[in-house]
Design a protein around this ligand. Structure first.
Ligand code: PEP
Length: 249
């Protein structure tokens, strides 16, 4: 049985006061023992988040890491070893905003995924097609290529210690959500691709859905058989709504 995971991606939102308030509210969430929960604050606030949440079940992850795992001359970057040192457990790899706006190519993502795992950080690999690609019926080709890029370079076994998030780009921050059936179809496809290589990994890996998940649509999405929770953007900035989604999972 796979445990659901609810992960909150705060993106580049927040300031000292709002982050403090959000962390204070998160501390009051009622623990759901059967569900995993994590937040991904901006890098600047990671240490504060780890400290604030240390007596709660809420884990902490980074939104990005450097292509090199250890300290070196790489101005502006943060290494996987530094993230582990301050108490992070996860890192997002391949969020569409990084793929489309910040130059994260497949070659870069392979290095980031590997750097993260080499230091014990669990990567959450984000996959997803754009609106244009969906309209051209390229969804499955795109998802397969993005997944195979990691599998072909690093092997299937790396997914023993990773999470996948299916995030259709057209649903991120737009208020448009994939229908539960649309999401399930892609989740099932991802699991089948992994099963072709190793059945046990396919059965165990958590595959999250992301894209305008809210309190009012989470239930229908999370009851789909291959959807193991969500990667939540906008709604994770509100502790009440994030807490509601956590309870629904
Ligand atoms: C995201 O940024 O990963 C995301 C899913 O955002 P939102 O929930 O706001 O669509």
């Amino acid at each position: 049985m796979r445990r659901p995971l609810v992960a909150g991606n705060w993106k580049m939102y927040g300031n000292s006061a709002s982050v403090k308030a959000l962390l204070t509210s998160l501390k009051d969430l009622v623990w759901q023992p059967q569900v995993d929960i994590a937040v991904f604050p901006p890098t600047l606030f990671l240490i504060e988040a780890v400290q604030a949440l240390k007596e709660t079940p809420i884990l902490t992850g980074a939104q990005n890491c450097a292509i090199e795992p250890d300290e070196m001359a790489l101005t502006g970057e943060v290494s996987a070893s530094q993230l582990v040192d301050v108490g992070c457990q996860f890192v997002l790899v391949g969020h569409s905003e990084r793929r489309l706006l910040l130059g994260d190519t497949e070659a870069i993502l392979i290095k980031k995924f590997q750097a993260a795992q080499s230091k014990g950080l669990k990567p959450i690999l984000c996959l997803g097609e754009t609106k244009e690609q969906r309209e051209k019926n390229q969804t499955f080709t795109i998802i397969r290529d993005q997944l195979n890029s990691i599998i072909d370079s690093l092997g299937i076994d790396v997914f023993t210690n990773a999470v996948i998030a299916y995030e259709p780009v057209w649903a991120i921050g737009t208020g448009l959500t994939a229908t539960p059936e649309q999401a399930q179809e892609v989740h099932c496809f991802i699991r089948a691709l992994i099963a072709e290589k190793k059945e046990a990994i396919a059965q165990n890996i958590q595959i999250l859905y992301g894209g305008s998940v809210k309190e009012n649509n989470a239930d229908a999405l999370f009851t789909m058989p291959d959807i193991d929770g969500g990667l939540i953007g906008g709604a994770s900035l509100n502790a009440d709504e994030f807490g509601a989604i956590y309870r629904i999972a």
